[in-house]
Ligand binder design. Structure first.
Ligand SMILES: Nc1ncnc2c1ncn2[C@@H]1O[C@H](COP(=O)(O)OP(=O)(O)OP(=O)(O)O)[C@@H](O)[C@H]1O
Ligand SMILES: [Mg+2]
Length: 230
């Protein structure tokens, strides 16, 4: 069982022209357990994406650390970090970031190919996943030919492709209608069941966060468990 832990995380941004410091995260302590599902909610600008980037090792904290199985991810060597990002952690960005020169299939299987899986095995898995999210007919399309919600679904499949221990998903249903959002949440919860993936989702969507085991609210730079009134 793996754990992803944020320890005393602070993040300040420096805004050049005014030399002012913006203090976004003010001491976050949180522990996520593999096989459980978590939502992080909070108003726009509260720092949800900032926190997700730190947890995924994509940006550095001003102070504090992120531990994966008791190892500080910011002290990984380049190779260790690549392995961590490739096999242990999936990341869905708020703004998709698909590779525009690659089609849908290529965007998804890329992760498996980097890991060293057989091409045909990757293609078959990608086809199965595309069918599950109603995207099979777009297999040869390029990102610019897709709607926002379709790009979002491809980005999610890419992120879960290597069966990560944790998926960090930043507003994964933000561009989707209620029915497709439901489909994605069901798919992610299935991943939790199928290989014990831990799921950490930032969302404004109550239909999504009420399905998670734990809901945290980020407010004034501090993360607290939310008591949901059903
Ligand atoms: N690279 C950056 N440089 C300066 N300020 C930044 C940077 N990234 C984020 N911020 C600021 O940090 C604050 C938190 O931003 P963040 O994107 O984490 O919010 P969020 O909770 O994800 O919002 P949303 O719900 O709109 O996605 C905002 O005030 C934002 O302007
Ligand atoms: Mg955000």
């Amino acid at each position: 069982m793996s754990y992803l832990v944020g320890k005393d995380l602070f993040k300040n941004f420096y805004i050049d022209f005014s030399q002012k410091e913006l203090s976004v995260l003010k001491g976050i302590n949180v522990s996520f357990e593999q096989g459980k599902t978590y939502a992080i909610i909070g108003v726009s600008g509260s720092g949800k994406s900032t926190l997700m980037h730190l947890l995924g090792g994509l940006d550095y904290p001003t102070s504090g650390s992120v531990l994966f199985d008791n190892q500080d991810i910011f002290k990984f060597t380049i190779l260790e970090k690549e392995k961590f990002l490739n096999t242990k952690l999936g990341f869905v960005f708020q703004f998709h970031h698909l590779i525009k020169e690659l089609n849908v299939l290529e965007n998804i299987i890329l992760m498996g190919l980097i890991k060293g899986d057989q091409r045909i095995k990757c293609i078959n898995r990608a086809k199965d996943l595309l069918k599950k999210v109603g995207m099979f007919e777009k297999i040869n399309s390029y990102p610019t030919e897709l709607s926002g919600g379709q790009q979002q679904r491809v980005a999610i499949l890419r992120a879960i492709f290597n069966k990560p221990s944790f998926l960090l998903a930043d507003e994964p249903t933000g561009d989707l209608d209620a029915q497709n959002a439901q489909g994605i949440v069901d798919l992610l919860i299935n991943c939790q069941k199928e290989w014990g993936m831990g799921l950490i989702i930032c969302t404004h969507d109550k239909a999504v966060y009420k399905k998670m085991n734990h809901v945290y609210r980020l407010n004034e730079g501090i993360l607290k468990l939310e008591n949901l009134v059903q």
